[in-house]
Write a protein that binds this ligand. Sequence first.
Ligand SMILES: [Zn+2]
Length: 482
Amino acid sequence: MNLLLDKWIPGESGQLCLEDILSNETEYFISCHRDDMELGTLALIICLVQTIFCPQDTKQLKQRISTPLTPKEYTKAIKPYLDWFDTNHLQYPFMQVRSLHKNPSSIQKLFNGLPCGSNHTWLRRESKIARACESCLAIMIFNQASNTPSFGGGFKYPLRGGSPITTFVKVGNLRNTVWRNILTKEFCQAYFSPSVNNFPTWVSPLEHKQEIKASEIGLLRGLFWQPIQMMVDWQRGDITCDSCQQPTSVYGENFSKEKLEYKLAGLWPHPHSPTNTFLKKEDKSLVTVASSFNNSAPGWTYLPNFLREATKNDQQGYQPALVVKHYLQTFEAALESVSIVFGGYINNQAAIIERRQETFDLRESLPQLNQFNEYLELALEVKTLLRKKAFGLGKSLSDPSLPDSCERRYYQYTEPLIHSLVHQFTNNSPVSKIDFLAQLKNICEQIFKHSFGSKAQRAEILKSKAGLFAAISKLAQELAAS
Ligand SMILES: [Zn+2]
């Protein structure tokens, strides 16, 4: 199956090929039975388009958006890449290596979370995956190599770490969404050198024990980085794929895998990851890593990180993914109805313990993004104050779980408030920050009421609540003075 020619993209009414999406105005959308697979599919399409159809500049990008590709343009552009994106190519099978017959595993292992994971909830249909088609396997091989924790036991992590967050901009149908996440050559110059190795790792393999600098990895090579050696044992025969339930005549049942030994210095600037920069405790040096989900806080708490650059004087802070940064620079004034799609896994070493997949609707509020972010940061500040008070109170009440339970309630109770804030920004009529703060204070009041019930009048609880309210009032005074 060739990713540039064949129908492999799971659409709402059957499988699509890449040309279907890029060459006409039909309203296509991806539809998978797993939402992480859906995001993996979108990422794979974006990586292919970024590689093959990278526009020179903003003018060309906007032209690509306004006019679908002609069949002639499509055929000409894919020609040099045809050999690299074929799942069963004799010499360069997509993200695999021939003549590997080691450590065979069931292909179910590529559908992470099955069967050893403790959380099966991301499957709309719970099932065992014994045999899968080339389409599902291409997506999951790419997903495993790019987005998930390693297989453990010395197998390398993806290029951006064990559980990176992926963020994309979503605007309208699939064709429109894909182009909004494509960087121009002009923009790429600052991040990716054109004179370094830019062949896929399955065409120009890593050498044993090679030492590589992140800056020596080209854009294509990094987007399709395969941190392990693997090969699916492709079989012929008419079966139904256990994953997508589509008939197929080529399928995989097992795959071989082998560790790769290499040393990578620095973080490759993966265009789809927001990053965090912090001071290392040991030697106080600055380190930048791809952002990860580290708790079950809702999506809005991560939005400041996904949308805006915020660094302190000492360079610590966070930066959005390059695709989001590029989009905001190029389209912010376009007043499009925009959503941010984000997802990732929460892992404990090789085990995935949770997955996150959300779409946050920003509508037309982008031009006021800085102001919107200030509200989100205020809500996060109140959460921190609440947690601190709950920590002290938890100690005196011998309830160590109190900070976590208060934080969970805070997220639960504030969710409608945040969504209503998006509406207000869309209508250009946000509440004042002082009023917003008063709403957050009410939520804290509710949390105290629901956490303690009839015990809420106990002296230490009242004292703690008064302390929290005083801190919130101080914030309000600072806001009024600013
Ligand atoms: Zn399938």
